[in-house]
Design a protein around this ligand. Sequence first.
Ligand code: GBH
Length: 483
Amino acid sequence: MKTISRRQFGKGVAAAAAATYAGISLPEFAFGEPQPKRLEYPKGFLWGCATASYQIEGGAKDDGRGPSLWDVFSHTPGKTHNGDTGDVADDSYHLYKQDVQLLKNLGVNTYRMSISWSRVFPTGKGEVNQKGLDYYSRVVDELLANDITPYITMFHWDTPAGLQGGWQSRDTSKAFADYCAYVSKHLGDKVKHWMTTNEFICFTDLGYKIGQFAPGMKLAAGPVNQIRHNAILAHGLGVQAIRANAPSGTQVGLAENAIVYVPVMETDEHIEAARKATRDSNAPFLTTVLDGKYPESYLAQEGANAPKVEVGDMQAIGSPIDFLGVNIYVPLFARADGSAKGWVEEPMPSSYPHMYSPWINLGPECIYWGVRNVCDIWKEKVPAMYITENGASSDDVLTPEGHVEDVDRVMYLRNHLTQLHRAVDEGYPVKGYFLWSLLDNFEWADGYSKRFGIHYVDFKTLKRYPKLSAEWYKNTIATNAVE
Ligand code: GBH
């Protein structure tokens, strides 16, 4: 006879009770069946949190920082929720030691942060502001002293306002390379992992086509395609600049919010459709970066509006990378069809469930398929992957006792990490996970109305409070498993 645990026995009783209640007979309870496998991550898997300079630092005018397009945009009436700006944000410029202690308390191995370009080069190029660089040097030292490995993004949307034309100008791509060269030369002895850019579409299309983000323009297809080109060119030149200036062994990549397609059913034809959809939909950005050339279909579709490409551009854009960071929040669903392109995107019904931000449709399998689609398409181009962002907003309420019971965020994270485990288990080369975000911060056009942190920030006092999700993440890190 098989022995049964108290827990299994309890389950048997519960099943029997349910059967009586429903008035139906259930098959005999299978005692002694194996317990579900605990979802452990491989040893050495990196756990981190992510933030971005303009969203957390504040100190907008301190120590010689120049304005960025986001300072200008957020100070323009009507552009952000409630007219919120990043002037103070979390004041991490002054409180960074506290923030490193939050990280330390979580037990993370690593932290993804970004550098404000206009702290280091107040007008984007030319004269250096030593105090700006010193700040990042202090932050990095503080992280290292606490055994936390910095992963640094050079550019998370805070384009220096002093750069004429912003991303409309190719000169911005060149100025970016010079900035990357300078920073990687001066911090390269301490920082071994760099990302060039964060999320191309957010500082190109959203800034210059849709107008929802800085600088808030609505340009036509031709100029927008050129802006996209300047953005991926900046990445490519940035990779080359970092390689040329940082010590050998330095790892260079980027953080990209690839559009993720989940096959509507896990059958061969729909899996193939999701793969095709991934390649086609990321055409101007990730596809071109990883292929080192624009897809013919994209050029044909854009016709006379296609970007003008100069000699050497594609070589720079296609520079080999050491790792790919993907920011994954939401799914789209792809279905195979009989069309020439072979796939169609499913419309999302209005009943589709979402988190507090209406755009965060809940579909945790996106993190599995995001990794799998990219690796299946570009295996040899992507030696390693990181989830450089994943997380969600909640309608967080701070109780008088100083708690935030963000069970919906915990639900979101637990389900995504369960799905990410599937990718890791199947051998996809995911090396680490960065939760967005360490703390509530300036959520761009949504201002302070959407909180993404696992630490609550009282924006009046700037006091930080760990939420339930921080406690949950701390346990995840300690056990290296989803629980
Ligand atoms: C990332 O962007 C960013 O890297 C990070 O800075 C940000 O804080 C985080 O995610 C959370 O948002 O309102 O329906 O028009 C995510 C990309 C681009 C997704 C803008 C939401 C607006 C959708 N975001 N988009 S909608």
